[in-house]
Design a protein around this ligand. Structure first.
Ligand code: ASP
Ligand code: MG
Length: 487
């Protein structure tokens, strides 16, 4: 295990925190604040806001032979990056930066032409196309930081984040990552430079570009923080940390000042836009606190995520909701309880690499929920060999999370009384005892959230919730990314 480095902070800035020159300037000031406290920072950046989506669209267009469509998308990205560079950097540094940006876009265009010529898009090539987002943002931010007196130094994440070959969702190789960071990143930190690297991207041992999956920049930050045993990992986004629920649905939502790793892990699935679930792991393993902070309101304390949360008077910390889910009902009257049957069912989902969110069983049926409908026809076909299957989309999962559920008797009674006017399809309370989930129609979700919030957060505990700033977003309403996002 590496030596703890309490002075080192890994700061991850999401797409909105680097979306244009103004955002990058704010980001620079935040980093300056950390350096002024005597901390050393490694900065991990996402692609500029919406760039990954555009790259994905360009790759898809190229994949069906639409070369002009693909190149038009890339041209728009090119001017956006060049404009941002011109706004932030000047003099000789600007010509170097523009040269690098042009060079990257030329490479991207070559690649898009190649894909359209072949008319085939593989996962490996998709990763390569997507990597340009973080390659470019990190180059621009590093140059801006260099000029802003922050000693910014670009670090190619692909030299450090070593993964396996699972394109699209590559698995990090932590021992190799640690070695690579000690070799490439630490010497920069020791020279008091601020390394700036792209999140989300990596490479396999053969040097071929991979990605960690959408939203993967948080994961990158946690991997870097974990490998170098940083004092803290800061996830800078555009909300004031984790909220009790989505403030767009419920204006009374409160900032949660502190949650445990376990609670955050439960929530991460719902607030994937704020915190990648896997962010938690490399940090938990080394007991490194993770902060979720707002780059538009840097003075706000955000949410601190720690191994053990202080006790809270109310049973729940958050009410999360995830929409666009599908319930799959699997009915097999004779076989359900027979040995190996559940395994056979789960194996089918596994073969199609579809994750199951929630499971409930009765004597004759199993219901599971999934958040994709993409592979369902094929899954249903496979399942039909062993059961009758039907599936229904348009469902929402509501999830109440809190470590203090444990100590409260009669909780489910209170929950279901609060929403007695709403039809509940499936209920689950996980073994972790910190999560109560149920499935309803998507159209009932907003009403259910508001009723539950009224019931459980009308007298909130001031130690845990920020009572001063009810859903305060100081300057920026959380339009893009509520901490508990409605997907
Ligand atoms: N740019 C990537 C995405 O949009 C990764 C990230 O932002 O975390 O998914
Ligand atoms: Mg993100």
């Amino acid at each position: 295990m590496s030596t703890p480095r309490p002075q080192l902070v890994v700061m991850k800035f999401g797409g909105t925190s680097v979306e244009d020159a103004a955002a990058i300037r704010r980001t620079a000031e935040i980093v300056r604040g950390r350096r002024a406290r005597g901390l050393r920072a490694i900065v991990v950046v996402s692609a500029m806001a919406r760039v990954t989506d555009t790259l994905l669209a360009a790759a898809a267009a190229a994949g069906v032979g639409d070369k002009h469509g693909a190149l038009a998308l890339s041209a728009r990205l090119r001017s956006r990056h060049l404009d941002t560079a011109r706004d932030l950097v000047h003099g000789i540094e600007l010509s170097t930066l523009l040269g690098t940006v042009q060079h990257e876009f030329d490479a991207l265009d070559d690649l898009l032409r190649g894909i359209s010529a072949v008319g085939e898009l593989t996962p490996r090539t998709t990763d390569l196309v997507l990597s340009f987002g973080e390659r470019l943002s990190s180059v621009v931010v590093a140059a801006a930081f260099a000029l802003a007196g922050l000693e910014g130094a670009h670090l190619d994440a692909r030299d450090c984040i070593i993964t396996d070959n699972s394109y699209g969702k590559a698995v990090p190789q932590e021992a190799l990552i640690e070695q690579a960071l000690l070799k490439h990143a630490l010497p920069l930190v020791e020279r008091d430079l601020t390394p700036v690297m792209g999140g989300f991207i990596g490479s396999n041992e053969a040097g071929i570009t991979t990605t960690l999956g959408r939203g993967g920049s948080d994961f990158s930050a946690a991997l870097v923080g974990g490998a170098l045993h940083a004092g803290a990992i800061e996830i800078w986004t555009d909300v004031n940390g984790i909220m009790t629920t989505d403030p767009r649905i419920c204006p009374d939502a409160l900032r949660v000042k502190t949650v445990s790793f376990e609670e955050a892990a439960e929530l991460a699935y719902f607030g994937a836009k704020v915190l990648h679930p896997a962010t938690i792991l490399p940090a938990v393993q080394k007991n490194i606190p993770v902060f979720v902070l707002n780059s538009r309101n840097a003075a706000n304390e955000g949410t601190r995520i720690t191994a053990v949360a202080p006790p809270c008077r109310s049973p729940f910390k958050c009410i999360a909701v995830k929409k666009r889910l599908t319930i799959v009902d699997i009915v097999a009257s004779r076989m359900l309880m027979s040995h190996g049957y559940l395994k056979a069912v789960f194996d089918v989902f596994d073969r199609h690499r579809v994750a199951i969110d929630m499971v409930s069983t009765s004597e004759v049926s199993i219901s599971v929920t999934v958040d994709t409908s993409e592979h369902l026809p094929l899954i249903a076909e496979d399942l039909k060999r062993i059961a009758d299957v039907k599936y229904e989309s348009g469902k929402a999962l509501v999830c109440l999370v809190g470590e203090d559920i444990r100590g409260h008797a009669g909780i489910s009674g209170k929950v279901f009384t609060a929403i007695e006017h709403i039809n509940v399809r499936m209920i689950s309370q996980g073994a972790s005892e910190i999560n109560m989930s149920f499935m309803i129609e998507e159209d009932d979700a907003a009403e259910a959230i508001r009723s539950l919030h009224r019931r459980f957060f009308s007298d909130p505990d001031g130690e845990i919730f920020d009572l001063d700033a009810r859903a305060n977003t100081a300057g920026a309403p959380p339009v893009h990314m509520p901490a508990v996002a409605v997907q």
